[in-house]
Design a protein. Structure first.
Ligand SMILES: Cc1ncc(COP(=O)(O)O)c(C=O)c1O
Length: 409
C-alpha cells in the first residue's frame, strides 16, 4: 500500500470510523418512557435527577451533589454560594472554555486571567498567586482535557490566602488525584454534561461539594432562592432556576452505569497513545501529573513542535490527521485573545467602573503559544481497541515522513 498521505490524495490510513458518541441503550429508552408516562417530568415529581447527583458526587468522592441545567450554571451557583459578587475578583486560567470566565461576570465579579503551565496546560499556581489582590475571592482551576491541575499547590494556596478554590471539572469526569476524585478538593467541583462531554444528556451539569453550608446555599440559588424545608413561595434570596429535568436525570443514570468501564478503557488507551506519540519526532503528550492516577480525557491533547514538520501551520497538520480518519477537536484560543475580553465588552455587565482595567491588554504567552502548538483529539477514539487508537501515531508518522510535501502543497 502506498504511503502517500490522504491529504495529498493517498488512501486514508483508516477507512473505518471510531466509536460514535453519545452511547445509549435500551435501558435509556425505558427510563425515558417511564418518565414520559409517569408525568413526573421535573424534579418536584421525580427523583432521577437527584439520584444521579448523589451517585455522581459519590463517584467523585464528595458528600453532596446537585444536578443542574449545565456546566456554566454550576460555576455560577458555586461562585454565588461562595459569596462572590460585585467588584470581587476571581482568578481564571487563560486556557479554557469561555464559560469559566463568563460565569464570573454573571455574578458581577471580574475574571482575572492568568497564564498556564506549558506542559500540563493547567493553571500555573505561581501565576495565580501573583495575581491575588485584596479583592480576590476565589481561584477557578480547570482540569484541562481531564488532566488534573496541581491541586496540592492550589489547595494550599487558597487555604493560606483565605480564598475559595472552585474546580471546573467540565473535562474531567472520573479523574482522580491522590486516589480521590477531582471536584472534591476545592469548595466546589463543577461538571458539564453537555453533548461532547464524557457523560452527557445533551445538556446538563453537576455541582459537588463536601461542605454542608455551601451545599445548602448552592441549592437555594439553583431553586429560585428558596430555603430547604420552607414554604414553596417563601424566597429568601434572589436565586435563579437551574434545575435539571427528569429527562436528563434518566439519561445520565444510564451514562453513569456505563462510565466506569468506559473510563478504564479511555484512560488505558490515553496512556498508551501518549507513549506511542513520543516516538514521533516533534510530538509529546500533555503532561500527566503522577499524583493523578487516572484521567477523564475529555480530549486527548498533544504538543507539536512544528519545526519537525517543515513548519506547516497547525491547521494543516490537523487537516492532514483528519484526512487519515482521525476524529479531531481543536484547541481553545487563549482567553485573553477573545474579542469579548480584548474589547472590554464584558465590562458593561459589571458595576465596578475600572473592571475592564484589571487585566486588559495583558498577554499570556504560554496560553497563546499552546493555542498554536497543541492538537486536540475527540475522546470517542479512545473507546476503540488499543491498536486502532495507536493509528493516531501511525498517521502522525506518515505526516512526518511527508511533512515537506504537505507544507508546500
Ligand atoms: C472548561 C469548561 N467549563 C465550563 C463549560 C460549560 O459547560 P456547559 O456547556 O455545560 O455550560 C465547558 C463546556 O464546554 C467547559 O469546557
Amino acid at each position: 500500500m502506498s504511503d502517500r498521505p490522504a491529504i495529498l490524495g493517498g488512501v486514508p490510513l483508516r477507512t473505518r470510523d471510531y466509536p460514535s458518541w453519545p452511547i445509549w441503550d435500551e435501558g435509556d429508552r425505558q427510563r425515558i418512557t417511564t418518565v414520559l408516562e409517569s408525568g413526573g417530568w421535573w424534579d418536584g415529581d421525580g427523583d432521577l435527577a437527584r439520584t444521579f447527583a448523589t451517585r455522581f458526587a459519590d463517584l467523585q468522592g464528595a458528600r453532596h451533589g446537585h444536578a443542574m441545567t449545565n456546566g456554566t450554571h454550576t460555576l455560577e451557583a458555586a461562585l454565588w454560594a461562595c459569596g462572590v459578587g460585585d467588584g470581587d475578583e476571581v482568578i481564571v486560567p487563560g486556557m479554557t472554555f469561555v464559560a469559566s470566565a463568563t460565569a464570573v461576570v454573571a455574578v458581577g465579579a471580574v475574571p482575572v486571567l492568568v497564564d498556564v503551565e506549558a506542559e500540563s496546560l493547567n493553571i500555573d499556581p505561581a501565576a495565580a498567586e501573583a495575581a491575588i489582590t485584596e479583592r480576590t475571592r476565589a481561584i477557578i482551576a480547570v482540569h484541562v482535557a481531564g488532566v488534573a491541575a496541581d491541586l496540592d499547590a492550589l489547595v494550599a494556596l487558597c487555604q493560606r490566602r483565605g480564598l475559595h478554590l472552585i474546580e471546573d471539572c467540565a473535562h474531567a469526569h472520573g479523574t482522580t488525584w491522590h486516589g480521590r476524585g477531582v471536584g472534591s478538593w476545592g469548595s466546589f467541583g463543577s461538571f458539564s454534561m453537555q453533548h461532547g462531554k464524557l457523560m452527557t444528556a445533551g445538556e446538563g451539569g453537576a455541582l459537588i461539594t463536601n461542605d454542608e453550608a455551601l451545599h445548602e446555599r448552592a441549592w437555594m440559588y439553583a431553586n429560585c432562592g428558596r430555603e430547604p424545608g420552607r414554604w414553596f413561595y417563601h424566597h429568601a434570596v434572589a436565586g435563579s432556576n437551574l434545575r435539571m429535568t427528569e429527562w436528563q436525570g434518566a439519561i445520565l443514570l444510564g451514562q453513569l452505569e456505563r462510565f466506569p468501564e468506559q473510563h478504564r478503557i479511555r484512560n488505558a488507551n490515553a496512556i498508551d497513545l501518549g507513549e506511542a506519540l513520543l516516538e514521533v519526532p516533534g510530538l509529546r503528550p500533555q503532561r500527566r501529573d503522577p499524583r493523578m492516577e487516572s484521567s477523564g480525557s475529555y480530549c486527548f491533547v498533544f504538543h507539536i513542535d512544528r519545526s519537525e514538520f517543515a513548519n506547516m501551520p497547525l491547521r494543516t497538520f490537523e487537516a492532514a490527521l483528519a484526512a487519515e480518519g482521525i476524529p479531531m477537536s481543536v484547541s481553545y484560543p487563549a482567553m485573553n485573545t477573545l474579542e469579548l475580553f480584548r474589547s472590554g465588552a464584558f465590562a458593561p455587565r459589571l458595576r465596578q467602573p475600572d473592571a475592564r482595567l484589571a487585566w486588559a491588554g495583558r498577554s499570556l504567552p504560554v496560553a497563546e503559544h499552546l493555542a498554536d502548538s497543541t492538537v486536540w483529539l475527540a475522546h470517542r477514539l479512545l473507546l476503540a481497541d488499543r491498536e486502532e487508537v495507536l493509528d493516531v501515531a501511525r498517521a502522525a508518522r506518515r505526516i512526518h515522513r511527508h511533512a515537506r510535501a504537505i507544507a508546500t502543497m
